[in-house]
Ligand binder design. Structure first.
Ligand SMILES: Nc1ncnc2c1ncn2[C@@H]1O[C@H](COP(=O)(O)OP(=O)(O)OP(=O)(O)O)[C@@H](O)[C@H]1O
Length: 701
């Protein structure tokens, strides 16, 4: 076996070059992290700053001081009784021993002592149980509060927080880490309280009985410490190697599963199998060594402990012979020295759990400390308020200043840090949107929108076109107030949207995105999500207007069809239609549409187009447009490049201007594609031939 392992280890280094992508150290550590909790093995996760985080975690107990004091008091009572009992048992033994040597055993005295011991153990057990119950209650309260705080916090975090973090990581912080803290507090804390009290109690009793024997018993401690230190460090390294091996093997397996088709096509099964064997054997070897070394710790510690017993027995015997101690005292002492190791082992076992719990608490604190979005009504306008273009916009400036949202005149530079006073929109929303010299960037290092102005009159359809990364989605994100702008103003019906509650802005806007988001309920529920108090008739009316009704009738359960796995049982186009119906039912004053250009068959595509057109009627709509028909019919076309609007106007006006839009349009049709062909697309992926020129000009930037 070992020869085989050696040859394969050699093979492994040869195979490395041709092998699958190796995992980085960070990935291995991450994997180790996630697996250690699942498999209960491996090195514990460590906090970046253990003590500050541990103290802060301890700080969460502050509100439960009284409960904790009672837990501690119960713990002390239970431990004192448990620690005291062996000494009384020793007295009982002396009564028996003296009775045998003298005039017979005094059963009355013996019975009294035994009853006392029994009573002590019963009371100790009762207090121990009470302490456990109370601690559980306290910990559950603490974790309940923690969950509440996390939930509230997540709702106050800006979208940019989620952009920069992995969803899985956030999910893990809010679920696994909280569970981990709960387990650590419940188990490790209880054990630590028990262990510390017991160790202190037993040490006191041992020194009280005989300091010489106590020293012999305690000498085993540093010896055990050295053993654990040396072997522990070695096995820690081996465990890391084991995790690295696991990581590499998992990486390989994952790659061969996901790339199965590729492997088959290139006929690489043999080399993949060879690599698997190599990694599997590497893992076997690493695991074997890790288990071997870590398995040595316990027997060596046992051996050291037994050596201690021998020392105690010998010296204890000599002291009995010399009349310095009674047999009962030495027996009690041996009992103490046996009990001494149990809490020590428990502390060692719980240390990992505690370290891991503090690491989890640290991750939760990081989340709780994250910078929040400014609360509604206290929004700080950071940059200057512009005004030139909006002053020219009909009605725009007058309404804005009339509404008293901004201090100072239009066009003036407002001082940074000015609070925008809260406003409310009264009456029906007209849907007028103005961007007034808006500047925005996701990160300060990468400026995006520098000076953007536009006005969308109520009921107008605004088509946004431009190359990928031009800022089309960003524009609609700003309307939705998913992000706060750096300078300028965005006004809805003349009111700075920062003066409104975010909810008030978003409730007036309907969004239909390319990725139709459906949840796992029925079609009816998914549509009703647009307006929860809508009647069944209204749901069906919305579905009929948006062609959902048609395909719903072909489904066996009709509107009660449950959407599976994010919509696996309805096609992509049908999903999109359902989201359109949802927006239709919500009847928002403003609409944001992202036209789908892919994964929809031509017939459904036409329906989607018509449904979107129905939805746009009588409301201000911003369409991230891909289809010429939409663009041509739009009241205003915004041509965006590098975060700014390089051109805006109607189709005819822009064509006549001969600028970027003109270039786009003619490059699109230069190869003789019929300009009246409505199905043609600007960014070129769905239907109809799209000349390469167009793709180059609008996508390759
Ligand atoms: N959440 C974000 N955080 C940081 N940068 C972002 C974020 N979202 C987009 N960006 C960057 O901002 C720029 C504009 O992106 P945006 O999504 O608005 O472009 P787009 O015109 O909608 O592109 P596409 O047509 O590909 O969707 C891009 O450079 C993009 O990388």
């Amino acid at each position: 076996m070992s020869t085989k392992k050696k040859t394969s280890a050699k093979k492994s280094s040869e195979a490395e070059g041709t092998g699958t992508a190796e995992l980085t150290e960070a990935e291995i550590l991450e994997m180790q992290d996630s697996m250690s909790s699942e498999w209960g093995e491996g090195a514990p996760r460590k906090a970046k700053a253990f003590w500050p985080s541990a103290l802060r975690l301890a700080g969460t107990f502050r509100e439960h001081k009284l409960g904790l004091a009672v837990v501690l008091a119960f713990g002390i009572v239970s431990t004192v009784l448990t620690v005291w009992a062996p000494s009384i048992l020793g007295d009982a033994m002396d009564v028996i021993f003296d009775g045998f040597l003298g005039d017979g055993v005094e059963f009355g005295a013996l019975g009294r002592l035994l009853l006392i011991v029994l009573g002590m153990y019963v009371i100790a057990a009762l207090f121990d149980w009470l302490q456990g119950r109370l601690l559980n209650d306290v910990v559950m309260d603490i974790v309940y509060d923690l969950r509440e705080r996390i939930e509230a916090k997540v709702n106050r975090l800006p979208l940019s927080y989620f952009d920069t973090r992995q969803r899985g990581d956030l999910l893990s912080r809010t679920t696994n880490d909280v569970d981990n803290v709960q387990t650590a507090l419940q188990q490790a804390f209880a054990s630590l309280v028990y262990a510390v009290l017991t160790i202190v109690g037993i040490t006191v009793m041992m020194f009280w009985l005989s300091w010489q024997l106590a020293l012999i018993a305690l000498i085993a401690l540093p010896i055990s410490g050295v053993v654990i230190g040396i072997i522990g460090a070695k096995s820690q390294k081996l465990f890391t190697a084991q995790w690295r091996g696991t990581g590499r093997l998992n990486g390989h397996v994952e790659e061969s599963f996901t790339g199965h088709d590729l492997v088959t096509v290139f006929d690489r099964q043999d080399s993949m199998r060879e690599q698997f064997d190599t990694r599997n054997e590497e893992l076997w070897e690493a695991s074997y060594k890790a288990q071997f070394y870590s398995g040595m710790i316990m027997p060596i510690m046992q051996w050291v402990t037994y050596l201690g017993y021998v020392g105690i027995a010998v010296v204890g015997g000599l002291r009995i012979a010399a009349g310095q101690m009674s047999l009962g005292q030495v027996t009690a002492f041996i009992q103490y020295s046996r009990e001494f190791n149990a809490p020590l082992g428990e502390v060692a076992g719980m240390a990992n759990m505690l370290i891991s719990g503090v690491a989890s608490a640290e991750r939760i604190f990081e989340l709780l400390d994250a910078e929040e979005q400014e609360p509604d009504g206290q929004i700080t306008a950071r940059g200057p308020v512009g005004g030139a273009s909006s002053a020219e916009a009909p009605g725009g400036r007058a309404e804005a200043t009339g509404a008293g949202i901004v201090e100072g005149e239009a066009g003036s530079s407002a001082p940074a840090g000015r609070i925008v006073p809260r406003q409310e929109l009264t009456g029906p929303t007209r849907g007028r949107i103005e961007f007034d010299h808006v500047a925005f960037s996701y990160t300060p290092e990468k400026p995006l929108i520098s000076d953007l102005s536009l006005t969308a009159e109520p009921g107008q359809t605004i088509a946004i076109v431009g190359p990928t990364g031009a800022g089309k989605t960003t524009l609609v994100n700003l309307i939705m107030r998913f992000y706060e702008i750096d300078a300028g103003e965005i006004r809805l019906d003349g009111v700075d949207i920062r003066a409104l509650d975010r909810g008030a802005v978003r409730s007036r806007v309907g969004m239909v995105l390319q990725d139709a988001v459906l949840f796992g309920g029925t079609i009816r529920e998914n549509i009703r999500y647009g307006r929860l108090d809508a009647t069944d008739e209204e749901v069906v009316a919305a579905a009929t207007a948006t062609f959902v009704d048609r395909f719903v009738h072909t489904l066996p359960d009709g509107y009660d069809t449950v959407i599976e796995d994010e919509g696996a049982n309805v096609s992509a186009g049908e999903r999109q239609l359902i989201t359109i119906a949802r927006a239709f039912l919500a009847d928002p004053a403003l609409l944001i549409l992202d036209e789908a250009t892919s994964s929809v068959d031509t017939r459904t595509e036409v329906l989607v187009q018509e449904a979107m057109a129905a939805l746009r009627t009588d409301r201000t709509s911003f369409v991230i447009a891909h289809r010429l028909s939409t663009i041509r019919d739009a009241d205003v076309i915004l041509v965006m490049e590098h975060g700014d609007i390089v051109e805006q106007g109607s189709h005819d006006a822009l064509l006549a201007a001969g600028g970027a839009y003109h270039r786009l349009y003619w490059s699109q049709f230069a190869d003789g594609v019929d300009p009246d062909e409505d199905e043609a697309v600007l960014e070129g992926t769905t239907t109809g031939p799209v000349p390469a020129v167009a793709a180059t000009e609008f996508e390759a930037e």
